[in-house]
Design a protein around this ligand. Structure first.
Ligand SMILES: Cc1cc2nc3c(=O)[nH]c(=O)nc-3n(C[C@H](O)[C@H](O)[C@H](O)COP(=O)(O)OP(=O)(O)OC[C@H]3O[C@@H](n4cnc5c(N)ncnc54)[C@H](O)[C@@H]3O)c2cc1C
Length: 280
């Protein structure tokens, strides 16, 4: 339970962090809230030569109204997102889901950017980002680039980030009148999702007009459910469309549930997500 030895570097700006990363090749890791990285280091699943601490970069801790979207600084902790009045008004699914992550200790230390950059398919926030078609801002030695959430997650703990890049901002669209829901099926309140379902629904005459559905813990990355989305688009009602939730998924079997159990729960929680989204 003791990490291997590592150098510690304190970054004073995002550009300083990029410079420090560059000096270590692929041997260094950024340290934000540490709630994913440090447990891996203690188990020695991760043995970085150096940690570049970005946890004190105050200019990356914010929630801003940016006109057509809300901008969230990568170092913003879940707790600040959960209680942010502007997000609660403009994109409530993000504020709501941030309050569903882990326990109070995790929510006071864990960051939105860390959740995205870590690339864990069991994390809640990446799923919501996929359902929202969010955009991520990434900075590296060559400048800044934007990456669509749909292009960002490459595999378990694998993302589009290069070793010398830092995620600086998450951009989420304002929901307007869209219905929304994040259903997290977990055994105890502070647990990870055995299955999670995010739904963002555009209504048409009280029914689903179109919907974006995304899953947690149903593949090696967070994933959109094209099967459910297509069923809804072709006119199936929520109960019937939810029956397609297992299609195209590839969940793991672990002590929280077998793959078969997860597929069955995805059906149940997709229906609940659609019903709740329509009622909001
Ligand atoms: C007990 C416990 C329960 C938890 N329960 C849940 C849960 O229910 N749901 C859930 O979604 N999560 C859960 N988590 C995970 C928690 O949300 C993580 O803390 C968070 O996902 C990672 O954020 P962090 O700031 O701690 O990142 P860190 O641990 O500091 O970093 C994680 C990884 O991301 C990289 N990184 C961090 N920030 C950046 C950045 N800005 N740019 C580029 N790379 C970066 C790091 O180098 C590292 O590889 C839990 C964690 C614990 C310890």
């Amino acid at each position: 339970m003791i990490p291997a030895q590592f150098d510690y570097e304190l970054a004073t700006s995002a550009d300083h962090a990029i410079e420090l990363l560059g000096g270590y090749g692929d041997e260094a890791k950024l340290l934000a809230g540490g709630h994913s990285l440090l447990p891996l280091m203690k188990l020695r699943f991760a043995t970085p030569t150096a940690l570049v601490d970005i946890g004190r970069l105050e200019d990356l801790k914010y929630v801003r109204d940016a006109g057509d979207h809300m901008a969230i600084g990568a170092l913003t902790v879940y707790e600040d997102v959960h209680f942010n009045e502007d997000l609660i008004r403009e994109c409530p699914i993000v504020a709501h889901t941030a309050g569903d992550v882990g326990d109070p200790q995790v929510r006071h230390r864990g960051t939105m950017g860390g959740s995205i950059a870590h690339g864990d398919p069991a994390s809640d926030i990446p799923t919501v980002m996929l359902a929202l078609d969010a955009t991520f801002v990434v900075r590296g030695p060559g400048g800044e680039r934007e990456v669509a959430a749909s292009d960002f997650f490459k595999g378990t703990f694998e993302t589009d980030l290069a070793v010398d890049e830092i995620l600086t901002e998450l951009r989420v669209p304002k929901l307007g009148g869209a219905g929304w829901s994040y259903q997290k099926f977990h055994h105890r309140a502070q647990d990870w999702a055995t299955v999670g379902v995010a739904a963002v629904v555009q209504r048409s005459n009280g029914d689903v007009g179109s919907a974006a559905i995304a899953f947690t813990s149903m593949n090696d990355t967070p994933m959109r459910s094209h099967a459910v989305e297509q069923a809804l688009a072709s006119g199936e009602d929520p109960a019937s469309a939810s029956q397609h939730a297992g299609e195209g998924t590839n969940p793991v079997s672990d002590p929280l549930g077998t793959a078969e159990y997860r597929r069955a729960m995805a059906v149940v929680f997709t229906r609940r997500a659609l019903e709740e989204a329509l009622s909001r």
